[in-house]
Write a protein that binds this ligand. Structure first.
Ligand SMILES: Cc1cc2nc3c(=O)[nH]c(=O)nc-3n(C[C@H](O)[C@H](O)[C@H](O)COP(=O)(O)OP(=O)(O)OC[C@H]3O[C@@H](n4cnc5c(N)ncnc54)[C@H](O)[C@@H]3O)c2cc1C
Length: 499
């Protein structure tokens, strides 16, 4: 099979999806190739979800693109309804030395053009965030920082891109690139597709390498030596819904050489989340968690907010940062092939910067001769799920409704209805695993972690996507994939022994 496009984007994380979305109205044939069976399966799936202020990064593209990216989020969310909230963020200082260090970060922020920073006294912090450790002496407050749901953003971007004509090709791993030999001087991209690994070749005039942890391998296929990655894992603890409502802003500690340190935040869905740590030189595929790392994260997070109840823990997870040896994002044409643009080594704050990264990538494609336009928001996208506050007697009645009734509650913890499950399956992107349904509807995200709803979700998948060539991929589900994650009950037992 030989298919052609004007532009191929490798990788459907937030960077690839944002690039496709912003290019969607160019009238070009755009194809997004993704190794996994869904969008947002790399770093974009497992990170802190913070829309950073833009003060922390010193120079280079990380410093330049964070703040402009952050400024685009409120409008992006109004259009795509993925879940974003401006919460503000604080870096907490607990000693006079740390308080002094905040002044340098404030100056850095001002240099980056960030105009909503302010130093707070300990008293002001305690008034704004009563749960913070009373030993706090000062903080750097950034009014415009916020929180977002990264995978819901990426799903929304790709949904709208596909609606506008972009072609999304999941389960398709790029294994070789021949930049010279395609017809009409096109770039040949050779892929292995699906479980069988059959070979599929795509040809395009221009290519974007947005392959995250795989972006170094893509650069190696080109032999340009432009991207040289190492990997740094970060683990997290996530607590039950509602636990995040005790704090209103994102709480950082003083940054270290390894990054922004352990943070305490709410997710957009109201779960308290703490993490990440920074484990250097890890395997990019290693997303296991371990008790000793989690215990030390828990201990450090309690320095910011002493009253975190381990009994409310529902889940642990980890994400892997892909970092280039330059320490910066690599966003530039390949040094050997100017029609191939790298958007590689996108470590933190890549989620925040993504709208600005995509803008820069499209500018570079234009400079390389592609007639691409950079669009912004359309009419609002309808969100998949609605308000959920069904009172208990009604909830019981709706759980008991038969399959086929749109009001039937499928996930009782998160109150997800049958109509929401079916909606998630019919939005133009293939949905082939219970985890894919979970990321779209939250079915399985609650206290019981899918024990009740998972078999029900699988039934809907069997009824509605059984004919899909990819089938239902249970191996893509964390609970069934053999990924070794510390369970909530294991952690609680271990922490009791340590306290
Ligand atoms: C622990 C952690 C915390 C973070 N916290 C924040 C934060 O709070 N705020 C913030 O702004 N940023 C944060 N980040 C950074 C942010 O998550 C990343 O910058 C962003 O997700 C990178 O997106 P991406 O699209 O470049 O990569 P990815 O999301 O990894 O996407 C790359 C995609 O390419 C696919 N792929 C790889 N190889 C191939 C191939 N050969 N063929 C086809 N497809 C391929 C992968 O399957 C993947 O889906 C954090 C990152 C981590 C790990």
């Amino acid at each position: 099979m030989n298919l052609s496009a004007d532009l191929i984007i490798i990788g459907a994380g937030v960077v690839g999806a944002m690039t496709a979305w912003r290019a969607r109205r160019s009238g070009l044939r755009i194809v997004v190739l993704e190794a996994a069976n869904d969008v947002s399966m790399g770093s974009t799936k497992a990170n802190s979800g913070i829309i950073h202020g833009g003060y922390a990064e010193k120079s280079g593209l990380r410093g330049q693109l964070c703040y402009p990216g952050r400024l685009m989020y409120p409008e992006l969310d109004r259009a795509l309804n993925f879940g974003f909230r401006t919460t503000g963020s604080m870096i907490l200082a607990f000693t006079p030395d740390e308080a002094h260090g905040l002044e340098a970060i404030l100056a850095q922020g001002q240099e980056n053009g960030v105009d909503d920073l302010e130093l707070l006294t300990g008293e002001q912090v305690r008034a704004m965030e009563p749960e913070v450790n009373p030993a706090v002496v000062a903080a750097l407050w950034c009014r415009g920082a916020g929180i977002a749901s990264p995978y819901e953003l990426t799903i929304a971007l790709m949904e709208q891109a596909v609606e506008t004509g972009v072609r999304f090709v999941p389960s398709t791993r790029v294994v070789a690139i021949d930049p010279d030999s395609g017809a009409d001087g096109g770039i040949q991209v050779i892929c292995e597709q699906g479980a069988s690994g059959r070979t599929v070749t795509f040809t395009a005039g221009h290519l974007v390498n947005a392959a995250g942890a795989g972006s170094g391998a893509i650069s190696a296929m080109l032999g340009d030596g432009d991207v040289n990655l190492s990997f740094r894992k970060g683990e997290y603890l996530l607590f039950r819904k509602g636990s995040g409502e005790r704090i209103t802003s994102v709480l950082f500690q003083m940054p270290t050489a390894l990054g922004k340190g352990i943070l305490v935040t709410s997710t957009v869905h109201g779960n308290l989340m703490i993490g990440p740590d920074a484990q250097n030189d890890t395997d990019p595929e290693d997303t296991a968690t371990d008790v000793s790392s989690l215990a030390s994260i828990f201990h450090e997070a309690r320095h910011s907010v002493p009253n975190i109840d381990p009994a409310h823990l529902i889940r642990t997870f980890s994400g892997v940062r892909a970092m280039d040896a330059s320490g910066d994002f690599v966003i530039k044409p390949s040094s050997r092939y100017p029609r191939i643009i790298h958007a590689a080594g996108i470590q933190s704050p890549g989620l925040t910067a993504a709208p600005a990264i995509a803008e820069l990538v499209l500018k570079q494609l234009k400079d390389a001769g592609l007639s691409v336009t950079c669009s912004w928001v359309d009419a609002p996208r309808r969100p998949i799920y609605g308000t959920r506050a069904v009172p208990t007697p009604e909830l019981k009645e709706r759980i008991a409704l038969p399959k086929g009734h749109p009001e039937r509650i499928v996930c009782r913890c998160e109150q997800v209805s049958e109509s929401e499950i079916l909606d998630s399956l019919q939005r133009g992107l293939p949905v082939t695993s219970p985890d894919a349904v979970k990321r779209r509807t939250r079915a399985g995200m609650g206290w019981c972690q899918g024990q009740f709803c998972r078999p029900r979700v699988v039934e809907y998948l069997r009824d509605h996507v059984l004919n899909d060539p990819c089938g239902i991929l249970e191996t893509e589900d964390v609970a069934h994939s053999g990924i070794s994650r510390v369970r909530g009950d294991e952690f609680k037992k271990a922490i009791k022994g340590l306290e």
